[in-house]
Write a protein that binds this ligand. Structure first.
Ligand code: ADP
Length: 464
């Protein structure tokens, strides 16, 4: 990580230094060009009004700024400077070479040695053709850039050192945090649920810590649930098995020859086997739904008929245990869904209502079409203890069971509503529960309505 940080820092510093260096060089060069051009043009316009002998002061003031001006008559006579001796033939030749065919006002930039030159053809007061050369020594610019280069290198070096140090510390800090986290994650994987992920130095790390803490809580919850369900199911499995064994022994030893008793005992065995099957089916359904192995087989079917069939299944409660099922079911309501799974849903919901209803042992079931006939609304209501507001969202979770004393001992796995939820979500159906503590609960599911004509059409086409 440190390597990447360093590379990054070096690249940024290099770009800044090189860029800065280039910008300064170009700016200074442009500035020099402006100066020589400005001096040359200024001199040209002055000479239009003044004698060349009178521009000496101007020449001197430009010289102070580092710009040297030379003025020649086009025939080669040197007009300025007059104060210094020197070899000017070369200068004139060069100028003449560049300007001899140019019109008055034409100009040209050129370099000779380390000098930046600007040459312009002008006219004096008398209308004679003259050449002006404005020259600036670039060695000043070069020296400035050179000095700057040194400073830049120095500053760049220091910046690089600081960047390396900073990135070393930063990466050490970051990797230390990550290492601690991964150590803790390994501990979590080995079942230590006490680990606390805490690293709030950076927002992203804090988010990661929060997510890992959430994962830890969820894994712990799920493990607790599994432990609990294992305890519950083994207990729930043991009771019917003991009963089955006891009643089978009784048939063998006592009631074998008494048909009435034998049948009674056999009925107990059948009921207990049914309970066992229900329990095992619940566990299987959850694991199947969980791994998404089950797909839904959609078809149009008779919802009214299905609800009646399920209520009938609970008939034995009515006959033998004093339950009342108050039903309000509209005829000829059809829907489009997976019939087998909807059976499971309604069976679980009605079963729960019977399990958890109050002392009056009454369950209210209704199935009705809504106002415009697009939805078939199913409701199942009981008069039991109800579910508190905090627990309402939890009851749909796997293995969740409200810890409360029910009027009757209720055996359950805490899987039923989880299966209901998974199935209805797979169908994208709207469903829910309203409950008030002390008054009871009402579970509801909205099924899409299929008009009877469509149902009949489907049935007819299936029969052909
Ligand atoms: P269980 O096998 O325990 O009934 P469910 O998943 O069907 O499992 O239900 C989860 C929990 O929700 C139940 O243990 C119970 O506490 C609560 N519950 C479900 N239906 C009702 C109801 N009609 N009235 C009150 N509580 C209910």
């Amino acid at each position: 990580m440190w390597g990447y940080f360093c590379l990054n820092a070096i690249l940024v510093i290099l770009i800044v230094v090189v860029g800065f260096y280039a910008i300064v060089g170009i700016t200074l060069e442009n500035h020099a060009r402006d100066r020589v051009e400005h001096a040359g043009r200024d001199m040209a316009s002055t000479l239009k009004k003044e004698e060349s002998a009178n521009v000496h002061d101007k020449l001197l003031s430009y010289r102070d700024e580092g710009v040297n001006l030379y003025i020649f008559h086009a025939d080669g006579e040197r007009l300025q400077p007059t104060d210094s001796a020197g070899v000017y033939d070369g200068l004139y030749k060069e100028l003449n070479e560049y300007l001899k065919d140019s019109k008055v006002g034409s100009d040209k930039f050129y370099r000779s040695g380390n000098k930046l030159n600007y040459a312009i053809v002008a006219e004096n007061k008398n209308g004679d053709r003259i050449y002006i050369l404005s020259s600036y020594s670039m060695s000043i610019v070069r020296e400035t850039v050179g000095a700057l280069q040194l400073w830049l290198l120095f500053a760049g070096g220091i910046a690089m050192l600081l960047a390396l140090l900073f990135s070393y510390e930063f990466s050490k800090h970051l990797t230390r945090g990550l290492n601690i986290m991964s150590e803790k994650a390994v501990r979590l994987a080995h079942g230590d649920y006490e680990v606390e992920f805490a690293n709030a130095n950076y927002r992203e790390m804090a988010q990661l810590s929060d997510s890992l803490n959430y994962v830890r809580d969820e894994v712990k919850k799920s493990e607790d649930f599994q432990r609990e369900i294992l305890a519950n199911t083994t207990h729930d499995l043991k009771t019917p098995l003991t009963m089955i064994k006891a009643y089978a022994s009784m048939i063998m030893e006592i009631s074998g020859n008494n048909p009435e008793k034998r049948n009674k005992h056999l009925q107990v065995i059948i009921n207990e086997s049914d309970r066992l099957t229900g329990l095992v089916n619940d566990v299987l359904s959850v694991s199947k739904l969980r791994s998404n192995m089950e797909t839904i087989n959609l078809s149009v079917f008779d919802l009214t008929g299905l609800v009646y069939a399920i209520v009938e299944k609970f008939g034995y409660l009515q006959e033998s245990q004093g339950y009342t099922f108050m039903i309000d079911i509209q005829p000829n309501l059809y829907t489009y869904a997976d019939e087998e799974k909807i059976y499971q849903v309604l069976y679980n919901l009605i079963g729960n209502a019977a399990n958890y209803t109050g002392a009056d042992k009454t369950v209210y079931i209704s199935l009705k079409s809504n106002f415009d006939g697009t939805i078939n609304e199913f409701f199942v209501r009981d008069t039991g203890n109800g579910i508190s507001e905090e627990e309402l969202p939890e009851i749909w979770n796997r293995y969740y069971r409200v810890k409360e004393n029910h009027p009757r001992p209720v055996k359950g796995t805490g899987l039923g509503l989880n299966i209901v939820k998974a199935i209805l979500e797979n169908h994208s159906f709207v469903f829910g529960v309203d409950s008030e503590v002390g008054k009871g609960s009402e579970f509801w599911v909205y099924f899409p309505a299929v008009p009877p004509e469509v149902y009949n059409e489907v049935i007819n086409s299936e029969n052909i």
